[in-house]
Structures are given as structure tokens and as C-alpha cells.
Design a protein around this ligand. Structure first.
Ligand code: SF4
Length: 476
């Protein structure tokens, strides 16, 4: 193994204007599927008369948990360590990746099966393992599909939501040498057959964790495909990756969370499997890595705490009109949609991700559907304020210059007219420039889209023509 593994620092922030936005077809199918899921899940949650009470209760429980994280984490560590687990702490993705590599070396690991874990996406764990010659296979069907394509997940619950069954059929034909099919059952059979082999060969299983119960030292993993159960129970070594915000004070609150998360995530009353992992089973090793990776930054800002309440259900993504149009990659990192817009700037810093809070129409639907009752729109406004007043990607010299020029043109009717004239002149000229020559930021938008044709007269012309008619109507 090399002594200088690459990617140890974790996932890179892709420039939001370069990835995904130039692929107009995939957001289209993604938008339709997300909308369908949103409608279905809404009908399931609306059918529960006390759903709003559950949301309020979950908000209170998570508020308590986040306020007492320091005590709950230590309690969880003590309880699960007493039952044979080894708990490791990681301040960032680099440290967490180093822990995983150390474990892999200790146990001579050559292949890994992974069940769904957003924390492992933060760490870019697959690339880290691969750079050390360790084969890592995603076993969640959606994650398996995006891993085969070499893409990133576009959604935190349904990673391949942008692909049709036919797309998957072509992919399996190309990568797995299977006959083309677009029948859902045949496609899942193919994936199942290939993955079964992997579980049996794997030296290590890696999982995430939906909830960590402090009073019993229990990790809770929910899933539908059985892959998390096989990944955590088949190989001789299990590594569980847990973001520190996953703590719940007590098992007493688990039924509440299990009522909320599947209904909001997939429109199910309960997922097919709920695994409660209390410690290492005889003859097997269990490692638990508790990852901060910027979460403590959220705790430093009391107005932003509730971003840590997130259950990762994906409801805010499915309902968000911006996410449905822009797709998951446009958010540039692991967490897309409204939750990404409030979480990523904290985890990566405003200098890197200060633009994300502005990627919202503030329509408020995310706050209406969030099972943890996170007030996402006010979080976005708070972050916009910080981004404008602190060093951030929205407060660079370039940005300040643009807004100063804009403010000057907007400060008087003559200047405004001058700007409008400039735009009228400039638009046709832009069309004459070959798209390949468009500068990077403008080009990311225009390469995938036609500039819309301005219709009708400009508002000022229209107003001049119609002003008198409106005034006389008002008087009458
Ligand atoms: S912010 Fe709320 S709606 Fe969005 S993923 Fe988290 S829990 Fe779900």
C-alpha cells in the first residue's frame, strides 16, 4: 500500500455551475420522479391525523439531543464499548479515512461491501479504498447503479432517481455483460446475483447508521433491500460510520423516529428491515467511527443548530422546485436540495459553499414537509446574511464589484435605461459567439440552453403606451 493515499481529505466541492446544470435531460426525468414521490409521500403523511404532533415531538427530541451531544456521545461510547465494539473518533474526513485504512491493514482486507452511508460519501471512502488497492462495492441498488456509471448520487435516498429502467438495462449490459432488459424484476435479479457473490467474498462490511441510541449503546439501520443486513452481518469485520448528530437520548424515542422517517422518505409505514446493532457478535469485529467533519461548526452558530436535526429523509428534495429543475449534482457536493443548501455551507465553510443558500426561491415547502420541523427558509436567510457579511464565495472582490456596478445602474431612470439598452444590444451579439468560446461561468449555462427570445415590448414602452388607460380606469 502506498504511504500517501489520495483523497484522504474527503469529497471535493465541485463548482456548482459546472456539473449537472449542463445536462438538461437528466433533471427532467429526475424532476418528474421526485414530484411523483413527493405526492405519494404527502398522501401517506396526510393520512395520519397526528402527524403534525409527531413532527413537533421529533423537533423537541432532536433539539434536546443536539444541545446535549457531548454527554450523549460519551454515554453511547461507553455502552457499545462494553459489548465489544471499538469506538474511534474522527474530527474530519481525513481522520475517518485513516481509521478505516488502519482497520483494513490490521485485518488484511482486500474487498469491502458497503451499504448506504452519506457519511462515506463525505469521506469519498470508495476512492480512498480503491487508491489503496481495496475493492469497494456499493450494495444498495441505487448506489450500485451510480457506482457502475462512475457518477455521484443525485439524491440522498434514491441515488439513481435520474435514470430510467432502460438506462439501467444498457448499463448492466455494458458493465456486467448481461442481456439488455428494462423489466424491473429482471434488473433487480441481475443486481442481486452479482451482489450475492460480493457478500461472500468480502473481508469487511461498511455501513452508515440512521440513529444511535445513547442509553442502550445501539445503532439503528433501516433499509428495504436486505443489503445492509448482509453487509453488516456477513463479513468478519464491520465498520459503522456515524455522523455525531445521529444521537438520540433514549430507545424510547425510536418508535417516534421510525414512524416519521420511512413515511417522509419513501412513503412507507415502516421499512422492510430495521436492524438494531448492540455490539460485536462473537468471533467478529465491530468498529464504530464517530465523525464530526464540520458538524461542530453548526453548534458554534445557535441560529443554525436545527440543521443537525435532519433525519436524511429526502422529503425537502422531492418537494423543492429548484432541486427538481437543477438536479442533485448542481449542488456541488454530497447533500443536494434544501438540506444541502443549509448543511454544506457549515460543513465546508461559506468560502467554499456560500452560494448555496441563494439557490432557493424561499417558497417554504421544505419547511412544511420536513419531519424534524427544520425551518429551512429562515436558515437560508440567516446563511445569506452571513455570506454577505463574512468572507465567503458571495463576498469576493468580483462579486462586490458586480453588485456595486448593478446598484449604480439601478440608482436612476437614465442609468437604468442605459443598462437596458446595453442588454438589448448585447443579447444578439452573445448569440453570434460560438458556444464553445463562452466564458466558463456563462458557458456552463448557455451551452445546455437556448437564450429565451424576449417577447412583446419592454415594460417601460408598454407602460408609456398604457399608463393613461390604467390611470383613468383607477379614477372610475
Ligand atoms: S431537512 Fe428535513 S425534509 Fe430535508 S432531508 Fe432532512 S429531515 Fe428530511
Amino acid at each position: 500500500m502506498s504511504t500517501h493515499p489520495v483523497h484522504l481529505g474527503g469529497a471535493k466541492f465541485i463548482k456548482p455551475w459546472t456539473k449537472g446544470l449542463g445536462e438538461p435531460d437528466s433533471p427532467k426525468s429526475l424532476g418528474a420522479t421526485a414530484e411523483r414521490s413527493a405526492k405519494h409521500n404527502r398522501s401517506v403523511t396526510d393520512a395520519v391525523p397526528y402527524f403534525q404532533d409527531w413532527r413537533e415531538a421529533a423537533h423537541q427530541v432532536k433539539t434536546f439531543a443536539v444541545a446535549n451531544l457531548d454527554k450523549l456521545l460519551v454515554e453511547f461510547e461507553q455502552k457499545i464499548t462494553a459489548r465489544g465494539a471499538t469506538v474511534l473518533w474522527a474530527k474530519d474526513a481525513a481522520e475517518a479515512n485513516q481509521h478505516v485504512l488502519d482497520i483494513a491493514r490490521r485485518h488484511h482486507v482486500k474487498s469491502v461491501v458497503k451499504s448506504k452511508s452519506m457519511v462515506s460519501e463525505e469521506m469519498e471512502l470508495n476512492h480512498v479504498l480503491e487508491s489503496e488497492g481495496i475493492r469497494a462495492i456499493e450494495t444498495d441498488l441505487g448506489e450500485y447503479i451510480v457506482q457502475l456509471t462512475g457518477q455521484r448520487p443525485v439524491h440522498i435516498v434514491t441515488p439513481a432517481i435520474h435514470m430510467s429502467a432502460a438506462d439501467v438495462g444498457h448499463l448492466f449490459h455494458e458493465k456486467l455483460d448481461e442481456p439488455f432488459t428494462e423489466e424491473h424484476t429482471k434488473l433487480t435479479d441481475i443486481a442481486r446475483r452479482h451482489l450475492r457473490e460480493e457478500y461472500l467474498k468480502a473481508d469487511m462490511g461498511v455501513s452508515g447508521c440512521n440513529f444511535a441510541l445513547a442509553d442502550t449503546g445501539t445503532m439503528v439501520v433501516i433499509e428495504n433491500e436486505g443489503n445492509a443486513g448482509l453487509s453488516t452481518a456477513t463479513p468478519p469485520v464491520h465498520v459503522a460510520l456515524i455522523g455525531i448528530e445521529k444521537m438520540l437520548p433514549s430507545v424510547d424515542y425510536l418508535p417516534l423516529m421510525l414512524n416519521l422517517l420511512p413515511r417522509s422518505g419513501t412513503g412507507q409505514k415502516l421499512t422492510s428491515y430495521t436492524h438494531l446493532i448492540h455490539g460485536a457478535t462473537p468471533g467478529r469485529k465491530l468498529y464504530v467511527i464517530l465523525l464530526d467533519n464540520g458538524r461542530s461548526n453548526v453548534l458554534k452558530d445557535p441560529a443554525a443548530w436545527s440543521a443537525l436535526h435532519c433525519l436524511r429523509c429526502g422529503a425537502c428534495l422531492n418537494n423543492c422546485p429548484v432541486y427538481r429543475r437543477a438536479g442533485g449534482w448542481a449542488y456541488g457536493w454530497v447533500y443536494p436540495g434544501p438540506i444541502g443548501s443549509i448543511l454544506t455551507p457549515h460543513l465546508l465553510g461559506l468560502k467554499t459553499a456560500g452560494k448555496l443558500p441563494f439557490a432557493s426561491s424561499l417558497c417554504g415547502v421544505c419547511a412544511e414537509v420536513c419531519p424534524a420541523k427544520i425551518d429551512i427558509p429562515h436558515q437560508l436567510i440567516h446563511l445569506r446574511d452571513r455570506a454577505a457579511n463574512e468572507p465567503s464565495s458571495m463576498n469576493s472582490l468580483f462579486q462586490r464589484t458586480i453588485w456595486t456596478v448593478w446598484a449604480w445602474f439601478m440608482a436612476g431612470p437614465l442609468r437604468y435605461r442605459l443598462a437596458a439598452f446595453g442588454m438589448q444590444l448585447g443579447m444578439p451579439l452573445i448569440k453570434l459567439v460560438p458556444r464553445s468560446l463562452h466564458p466558463s461561468m456563462l458557458g456552463a449555462w448557455t451551452r445546455g440552453r437556448e437564450l429565451p427570445k424576449a417577447t412583446g415590448p419592454a415594460f417601460r414602452t408598454w407602460w408609456r403606451r398604457n399608463h393613461d388607460r390604467y390611470e383613468s380606469k383607477k379614477e372610475n
